[in-house]
Design a protein around this ligand. Structure first.
Ligand code: HEM
Length: 210
């Protein structure tokens, strides 16, 4: 069951990373989105490209960081991937995400949803970073779980969009709700499942490379 979940995590994260790289690396800007979003992307081109490629790094690197065997055997690689995940993926992706939130499609509700997502993405990343600098591994792990649950909004958003279209809900109506639905349940479920009482009461991991 755990293996199945991990496979799904890798598959979905890498599929959305591939979408981002292909759609924004090889196609004319905005060719895969609503015409109003395209118009906004053309105006905020630099912010958009910075966001897509930096955030894609976080999405792709994240699942590898949760492999416990990899953490133990390749501690140095885990550290470097963590630095790139936080320093490039979350920091650059989050700041540019916050910037793009101000111009998000659909008005105040999606703007607020994306802005809060970006702020929490940066905050949880900072908490994960300061925890590991202090050597508190269990705390670092808990903040990384929350942080990646937020990164995974990129996947859930792109699952809800086709589902809402199949349900016959117009994009203009679905998008404001999805701007919140793509991350709030992720955060609550990941925190309950992976940072719950059962996990908190587990003996602390031995002190060593994170
Ligand atoms: C978790 C924090 C994130 C925030 C706050 C955020 C925010 C945003 C915002 C506001 C937009 C513009 C949407 C609009 O104009 O309506 C956008 C677009 C985009 N974001 Fe993010 N994003 C996040 C994570 C990610 C991640 C992890 C990826 C990974 C690939 C990603 C990939 C994209 C792509 C490809 C677009 C262009 C629209 C599309 O083709 O679907 N974002 N993001």
């Amino acid at each position: 069951m755990k293996r199945l979940g991990l496979c799904a995590l890798f598959l979905l994260a890498l599929a959305v990373t591939a979408y981002a790289v292909l759609a924004y690396g090889f196609l004319p800007l905005g060719s895969v989105v609503h015409p109003d979003m395209k118009a906004s992307f053309l105006v905020h081109r630099a912010g958009l490209y910075a966001h897509v490629f930096a955030a894609a790094v976080a999405l792709a690197f994240g699942p590898f960081q949760f492999l416990s065997a990899g953490r133990r055997r390749f501690a140095m690689l885990h550290r470097w991937m963590g630095r790139v995940y936080l320093g490039v993926g979350v920091l650059v992706g989050g700041v540019s995400g916050l910037y793009l939130a101000a111009f998000a499609f659909g008005g105040g509700i999606p703007k607020a949803g994306f802005a809060l997502l970006a702020a929490l993405w940066l905050y949880t990343g900072l908490r994960a970073f300061t925890a590991i600098r202090r050597g508190t591994i269990a705390e670092h792990r808990a903040w990384m779980v929350r942080n990646y649950a937020l990164t995974f909004a990129a996947v859930t958003l792109r699952l809800y969009l086709p589902v809402s279209a199949l349900a016959g809900i117009p994009f203009e109506q679905a998008y404001p709700a999805i701007a919140w639905l793509c991350w709030v349940p992720n955060l609550l479920v990941a925190d309950a499942c992976f940072n719950g009482v059962r996990n908190r009461s587990r003996p602390a991991l031995p002190r060593g490379p994170a």
